[in-house]
Design a protein around this ligand. Structure first.
Ligand SMILES: Cc1cc2nc3c(=O)[nH]c(=O)nc-3n(C[C@H](O)[C@H](O)[C@H](O)COP(=O)(O)OP(=O)(O)OC[C@H]3O[C@@H](n4cnc5c(N)ncnc54)[C@H](O)[C@@H]3O)c2cc1C
Length: 392
């Protein structure tokens, strides 16, 4: 087999890239380890930045997110039961975020891929890129029908944090920046209406809580928890009691309790590897960087990367200019670092750290009070939260 671009991974980065390359007339094949059902069913991100929704519309896959996505023109920050609102409409030139689950995004990407005959190979095991430092790389894998080989001009490593691509870059050529946080997030879904029409981020003495949603009838709720906690430690009653306590105020009284499902504990991490290109390999999305979920940036950053990459490859194939591909890593990382900063900052502002003393706590409270009182501070928050402009 031959294609101009081999894309490893059919998550958000890989599938958005496949659509963008098709739009640019570039031939690509996507190789995915898991089954299509598994990829589509994964419960992960749920907050789309304005530019992600705009891109879905431009690609002709924005009909359902336009109809079913919940547009939020603001968010609320709560501190020990007291709360204030950040109004995106007023502070971010009318930009908004849209609540629409990652699994819904994946369904839309896959359905449009079928209609457009985008070539996605699922259940490709032992995917391995080769010859990345030559002009003629290739990728091998095993299919149920035997060993396969795809020749290509470039390889896009869109295979997430645990994928194979990043490991192909020699150690000396890669710098890794990392911060592991000393807590996790316990997340649940529940078939109950959310306690507020927008997201509520709560900083409480006992730890962080987030009231989010997937639809007007489905809540997505999170609690900061210990990394030693096990899911079995958290009965539904224990979860809702702690959630009500931390969210506090009028939101607590509007909580509808119900059986929880998709209960999981995720560690929090900031991670960036640089550069995002080596030879004929480009990394995009979680393969190159991870953010703690506090700023809801993970999926959106993956999309932003592949917009830059598709533009660069489009220019190369259309004009022969290498400027875009040579500048890909710097351009993508410029935006990645800003999103890393915002996610790190919001995590530090809202979570309880094990060794925090009274001074640290007062610093958090002072910063939240400043955010509440200063339009300039709220503007900076809103601008980052709805998403910084794409750097293409
Ligand atoms: C549990 C969890 C919860 C999250 N919650 C949020 C959230 O609330 N908000 C938010 O913004 N972000 C969240 N994220 C992050 C967000 O989901 C990711 O940033 C986003 O999925 C990144 O997309 P991606 O395509 O780069 O990587 P992925 O979604 O990880 O996709 C990579 C794909 O590559 C495939 N793959 C892996 N290895 C191979 C291989 N060797 N060969 C072939 N294919 C391979 C994988 O199966 C996968 O389909 C969460 C992530 C996790 C893990």
């Amino acid at each position: 087999m031959r294609a101009q671009v081999a894309i490893i991974g059919a998550g958000p980065a890989g599938m958005f890239l496949a659509h963008l390359l098709r739009e640019a007339g570039i031939d690509a094949v996507v190789l995915e380890l898991r089954s299509r059902e598994y990829v589509v069913a994964r419960v992960r991100a749920g907050v789309l930045e304005q530019s992600t929704v705009d891109l879905m519309r431009r690609l002709g896959i924005g009909e359902r997110v336009g109809r079913e996505g919940m547009v939020h023109a603001g968010t609320t920050l709560a501190v020990d039961g007291d709360s204030f609102h950040v109004d995106f409409a007023e502070l971010a030139n009318g930009a908004a975020i849209t609540v629409y689950g990652q699994s819904e995004v994946m369904k839309d990407l896959n359905q449009a891929a079928d209609e457009r005959h985008i070539h996605v190979i699922y259940e490709a095991s032992d995917v391995r890129p080769h010859g990345l430092d030559t002009d003629t790389p290739w990728v091998t894998w095993n299919s149920p029908h035997g060993a396969r080989r795809l020749e290509c001009d470039f390889v896009a490593g869109c295979d997430g944090f645990h994928g194979v691509s990043r490991g192909c870059i020699p150690h000396g050529a890669l710098t890794v920046f990392e911060r592991a946080y000393p807590f996790g997030w316990l997340g649940v879904l529940a078939e109950v209406p959310p306690c507020n029409h927008e997201l509520v981020y709560a900083n409480h003495e006992r730890g962080f809580a987030l009231a989010s949603m997937r639809s007007p009838t489905r809540s997505r709720c999170y609690l900061q928890c210990s990394l030693q906690d096990r899911i079995e430690d958290w009965s539904d009653d224990a979860f809702w009691d702690e959630f009500a306590l931390r969210i506090g105020g009028s939101f607590a009284s509007r909580i509808t309790r119900g059986p929880t499902f998709e209960k999981s504990i995720a560690p929090l991490r900031s991670f960036v590897c640089a550069p995002m290109r080596w030879g004929r390999l480009f990394l995009a999305g979680d393969a190159a960087h991870i953010v703690p979920p506090t700023g809801a940036k993970g999926l959106n950053l993956a999309v932003a990367d592949v917009v830059v990459l598709a533009n660069a490859l489009g220019r190369l194939y259309a004009t022969g200019s290498c400027e875009g591909v040579d500048g890909y890593s710097d351009r993508a990382l410029a935006r990645v670092w800003k999103a890393e900063r915002f996610s790190w900052w919001l995590t530090n502002l809202t979570h309880r750290f094990p060794h925090m003393d009274g001074f640290d706590r007062q610093m958090q409270l002072a910063e939240l009070a400043y955010l509440r009182s200063s339009r300039a501070a709220r503007s900076a928050f809103a601008e980052n939260y709805v998403g910084l402009p794409l750097e293409v």
